[in-house]
Design a protein around this ligand. Structure first.
Ligand SMILES: [Zn+2]
Length: 298
């Protein structure tokens, strides 16, 4: 059985004036429910306030939780923060943290949301409110669950918020493989950044991933991996600049499972954009199921 973390608050109603596909997480849940007993469901607690404040500026945390975020920040995030969006923002990092604990028990677990890698200390950005990857990573280290961990980010956009929030923490290594010319225009510095030219396809992408992630893992020897499994490197993605096929995305998940052999891995959803929300959700669920199968078999 594949451990799946989901919270009802993930499926927040769409705020007005939002271009973000708010039903993506509900569709991911429905597709996974259709897998029946193949998946085991777990519900997280919201991330406690003091852990939110361990990574984010307490003033920004208070703005989000009160659903009173200044306009310039909501514009940078891409949608207004309603009470429902605030509840979701607090539940998702709790889910990534729970998925990490389940991964330590079972080898793999998936959060059905998260991968909010653009959120910074005092503001969200790029459809991200709180940075679940940085929040879970800091809590896992500071509570003593693991001594070393890595965030591996395969979203087509750089994990700039994660890199900035986790800089100066030698026990947490960050890896990002992304399209160089894509958002964000100004990149942060991850422990290892792998910048790809526009239009890179399956074989070149997978070869570069293997050639760079292998030495990264050997050097940093993480006891746990938080994985950002964005499917926006897909050729048909509205916001991607790469040219992976659906088969290439599946090969990516099998390669991640192989390269991280022996290391528990918790996955988060990450980016995936287009007009057909069901197609996007199918790509995310394929990533979760492919990873779950490949990690169980390794
Ligand atoms: Zn992305």
């Amino acid at each position: 059985m594949i451990p799946i973390v989901h919270h009802p608050a993930y499926v927040a109603p769409a705020p007005a004036r939002s271009t973000y596909r708010w039903n993506k997480n509900g569709l991911i849940r429905d597709l996974l429910l259709a897998e029946g007993p193949r998946v085991a469901w777990h519900a997280p607690e919201p991330m406690p306030l003091h852990w939110l404040e361990a990574v984010h500026d307490p003033g920004y945390v208070a703005e989000v939780l009160a659903a009173d975020v200044p306009y310039l920040k909501t514009r940078r995030i891409g949608f207004p923060i309603t009470p429902e969006v605030a509840a979701r923002a607090q539940a998702v990092p709790g889910g990534t943290w729970l998925a990490a604990h389940l991964a330590l028990d079972y080898g793999f677990a998936a959060n059905t949301a998260g991968g909010s890698h653009h959120a910074l200390a005092d503001t969200g950005a790029g459809y991200c409110v709180f940075n679940d990857l940085a929040l879970a990573a800091v809590r896992l280290i500071e509570e003593g669950t693991v001594d070393r961990l890595a965030v591996v980010d395969c979203d087509v956009h750089q994990g700039d918020g994660t890199a900035a929030l986790l800089a100066g923490r030698p026990e947490i290594a960050t890896y990002s493989i992304h399209a160089e010319k894509n958002f964000p225009a100004r990149k942060a510095r991850s422990t290892l950044d792998v910048a790809l030219a526009d239009g890179v396809g399956d074989d070149a992408y997978l070869a570069t991933l293997a050639a760079t992630l292998t030495p990264f893992l050997a050097e940093h020897r993480p006891q746990l991996i938080l994985y950002q499994a964005g499917v926006d490197p897909f050729a048909g993605d509205r916001l991607g600049r790469l040219s992976l096929t659906l088969d290439g995305l599946a090969r990516r998940e099998r390669l991640i499972a192989r390269l991280t052999r022996g290391i528990p891995l918790a996955s988060t959803v990450g980016g995936g954009y287009g007009d057909d929300a069901l197609e996007i959700a199918r790509r995310h669920v394929a990533a979760i199921l492919t990873l779950g199968e490949a990690i169980a078999a390794r």
